[in-house]
Design a protein around this ligand. Sequence first.
Ligand code: PMP
Length: 464
Amino acid sequence: TPPRNSNAVRDIANVLHPYTDHRAHAVNGPLVISRGEGVRVFDDQGKEYIEAMAGLWCASLGFDNKRLVDAAYRQMQKLPFYHGFTAKSHEPMIDLAEMLIERAPVPMSKVFFANSGSEANDTAVKMIWYANNAMGRPDKKKIIGRLKGYHGITIASGSITGLPANHKMFDLPVSDRFIHVSTPHHYHGANPGESEEDFATRLAEELDQVIQREGPETVAAFFAEPAMGAGGVIVPPATYFEKVQAVLKKHDVLFVADEVICGFGRTGSYWGSQTFGITPDILVCAKALSASFLPISAVMVNDRVFQALADGSATIGTWGHGFTYSGHPVPAAVAVETLKIYDEMDIVGHAKRVGGHMQKTLRARFADHPLVGEIRGIGLVAAMELVADKATHRNFDPGAKVGPRLAKLAEGEGVIMRAMVNDSMGFSPPLIITEAEVDEMIARVGRALDALTVQLRRESIALV
Ligand code: PMP
C-alpha cells in the first residue's frame, strides 16, 4: 500500500506545530503510525521506531497493555457512560478518587475529574477565584506562571503557559490577572559564575518583588510544573522551590503543582512534588494517570481549598462546574487499573533505576559533542539542547530548524523524539523502558546526530 499522505491532516499539522521540519513535512506528509508494541511504534509501511517521547509524554506503560484494554472492555460492558452531576457518581470514579487521595504527596481532601490537562488547569483557576470570592477577598485573583512553563492551550491555561509564541498569536495572557516570572533555567538565566543556590535566591526575590508590586492582596496562586516539560525539560536549580514556597507562604499565595508530565514516577518519585520538596495546595495530573489509553485528568485540592469551596456554595451559591465527560467511567476504570499496575511493578523504583542509567548514558555519550550545549533532566525525562556555540550557550537561529532536522534524521534511524524551544531534544520514553532499550535509543540518536553534524558542516553552518 502507498503511504497515506493525507492532505486532510498534513496541512493543518504543518501550520499548527512550530517545531516541525517543514521542508521534510511538505515532501513526506506526517508519519502515519499504525500500531504499537512496548516502547515501540510501527508506521503504515511497517518501519519500527522507539518512542523516545512516549507519544506526548503519555504512554507510560507503552503502546500495548492487555490489562488496560480488558479494563476498558469490562467497563464498557458494565456501564459505558454515566456522569457525576446532580449528586450522581459511579464506582470507577469513586475508586480512582480514593486511590489518588491515598497516593497524594501531601494530605489532599477531594478530587475533581476532567478530560485534559488544559481543562484541569482551567478548573483549578476557577476553583481559586471562587474560593477567594467565598473567603471574602474577591480582589485576590491574579495567577503567576513562569516563562516557558506549559499548562495548556485553552484561554485560561494558555494564559498561564509562558511560551511567548503562543501569547503573541492570541494576545495572551487574556487579562492582567495572569503574570509571568523568569524561567528557572541556570544554563541560560544565571549570571556568570552564579551558583544554582544564588540563582534560586535571585528568582525568589524576583517573585517577591512581583507580588509586592502587584499587591499581595491581589495575588492568588502560583502555577508550576515541578520540572518544566514542553518548555524544554528544565530542572529547577538547587533550593529553588524551597525559596519560592517561603515567598508564597508569606503572601498567602496558593501553590498549584502541575504534575501532568511529572506525576506517576517520571522524575524518580511518585510525584515531581516529592522530588523537589513541593507542598502543593492543588495538584493537577493527566497523561500517565490512565497511561493515556483514554483521556482523563484530575484536580486534587487540600482541605483548606475544599472548605472554601464548600463554604462558598452555602454563602454565594454554587458555580455549576463540570464537563459532560468528567470522570467518564471507562477512562476512570483504565486509570484505576493503571495505578494498580504502577504499584505492582514498582514503577517509581524502575523509573529511578532506568532513569539514572538514561541520564548517565546521555551525558557520557553526548556531553562532549560539538553541537550539544547542555544535557539536563532527572529520572526518565531529559533534554539535549543543541547550540551553535558551546562557550556562550548561543542557540542556532530558530529559522534554521536544527532541532526539527535532528528529529527527522532520528526518525530515519528509528527513534521518534521531539524538538522543543531552543532546539532542546526531548527524551521521555515510556516508564517501562529497559536499560537495553535506553541504550538502543541512544545509539540510534547518536547516528542521527553524527549525520546532522556532517550536514551542517557541508552547509557551512558555523560550528564553534
Ligand atoms: N500541563 C502540562 C505540564 C502539560 O505538559 C500539558 C500537555 N503537554 C498540559 C498541562 C495540557 O494538557 P492537555 O494537552 O491534555 O490539555
